[in-house]
Design a protein around this ligand. Structure first.
Ligand code: ADP
Ligand code: DP6
Ligand code: CO
Length: 362
């Protein structure tokens, strides 16, 4: 029996406040607009991936949440991530061979892999499992291969697995610069500010449904690119202005600005989905009730301030950004609106999960 080399890592999800929706290159995964997100802490939601390499393995295999994906040859994005990391490992091995001598180098780039990944939250339900999942895959592999590579370079590889994954390699507040080159060499994630820049900012995650979405993000956004005229307006006239405004809001720790754009951008993303033909519906009745609840909270509080901001990815589950002093009030409000009686309980993934606390990672 040959030695098995193994590494395990975990990665966080990120929830965008300026949404990515649309590709100009579907193979390299180059977006039609820049985006910006907050990386959540790994305490509640994360992907955990173990990768093993051995000269004994007859083929490369992948298990997701305990089930083997028998079709990984057809999974182009996975293959692209594996090819890119292997290529870098090969380069590194050649360099090591020169520096240390041929016998000292482990030819890991030639071994097949067994990849085992688990998400501790609903997969493909609009809570960014593709982001934490591909970030984790690429990160774990870079650790196993001991690649001398920057996080920025790694983000360009993770991007080729799932666009949003490039942002999960950094903590805190992260932008995905769309880049202008055709080869994608400038389409990468950059940290706008670390998590401790704004310690009071918190995220509440309301799991409305754990069901797999009917239309995947990949498929949905391509139909949007092909059919929505509103998307063109968004790309040209809305996102560039919002990116600047949002970066300022974060630097200034201005929750009013941050909340306003976060909600507006979530709304416009779902409007673009509705403008897609045939239309895509990611929000459900409970999602809309959460929007109404936050709108009322923001308009009726004594300070007349925006105190919370909802945002929804490609699914019905809500993320509510707020600052720590409002958490007790928000918990009471959610208990009032969704008291868990039989009428309301039916709407929820059972048990209704509300994650509160230190929720934004390093
Ligand atoms: P989500 O809203 O959860 O990001 P997507 O439609 O973007 O949903 O992507 C879901 C897909 O991402 C899954 O069907 C699977 O192919 C991939 N994925 C999710 N988690 C992982 C993981 N841990 N490792 C590898 N791939 C993953
Ligand atoms: C609504 O990154 O999941 O969550 O690149 O095709 O894998 P692919 O799509 P994905 O799309 C995420 C869309 C979003 C917004 C965002 O995270 O910016
Ligand atoms: Co996704």
């Amino acid at each position: 029996m040959e030695t098995i080399y193994e590494k395990t890592a975990t990665s966080p999800v990120n929830i965008a406040v300026i949404k990515y929706w649309g590709k100009r290159d579907t193979t390299l995964i180059l977006p039609t607009n820049p985006s910006l997100s907050v990386t959540l802490s790994q305490d509640h939601l994360h992907s955990k991936t173990t990768i093993r390499a051995s000269s004994d393995f007859e083929k490369t295999r992948l298990w997701l949440n305990g089930v083997e994906d028998v079709d990984i040859e057809k999974n182009k994005r996975l293959q692209n991530c594996l090819r890119e990391t292997r290529r870098l490992r090969k380069e590194y091995e050649e360099k090591l061979r020169k520096d240390k001598g041929p016998d000292k180098v482990l030819p890991l780039s030639e071994y097949n892999l067994h990849i085992c990944s688990e998400n501790n939250f609903p997969t493909a339900a609009g809570l960014a499992s593709s982001a934490s999942g591909f970030a984790c895959l690429v990160y774990t592999l870079s650790q196993l291969y001991e690649l001398p590579i920057s996080t920025t370079e790694l983000s360009k590889i993770a991007r080729q697995g799932s666009g949003s994954a490039c942002r999960s390699l950094f903590g805190g507040f992260v932008a995905w610069e769309m880049g202008s080159k055709d080869d994608g060499s400038d389409s990468q994630a950059v940290q706008i500010a670390p998590r401790d820049h704004w310690p009071e900012l918190e995220a509440l995650i309301c799991i409305v449904s754990d069901a797999k979405k009917g239309v995947s993000s990949t498929e949905g956004m391509q139909t949007t690119v092909n059919t929505s005229t509103l998307l063109q307006h968004r790309i040209e006239h809305v996102v560039p202005v919002r990116m600047k405004y949002m970066i300022d809001a974060i630097h200034e720790r201005d929750f009013q600005k941050f909340a306003e754009i976060t909600m507006q951008d979530s709304n416009q993303f779902h409007a673009v989905c509705l403008d897609t033909f045939p239309p895509i519906f990611y929000l459900n009745d409970v999602s809309r009730a959460i929007i109404r609840m936050i709108t009322e909270y923001n308009s009726t509080n004594s300070e007349k301030k925006l105190k919370a901001a909802y945002t929804f990815d490609a699914g019905p589950n809500a993320v509510i950004y707020t600052t720590s002093e409002n958490i007790p009030e928000l918990i009471n409000l959610i208990a009032k609106y969704f008291p868990g009686n039989d009428d309301v309980k039916n709407y929820f993934f059972d048990p209704f999960q509300l994650f509160v606390g230190k929720t934004i990672g390093e």
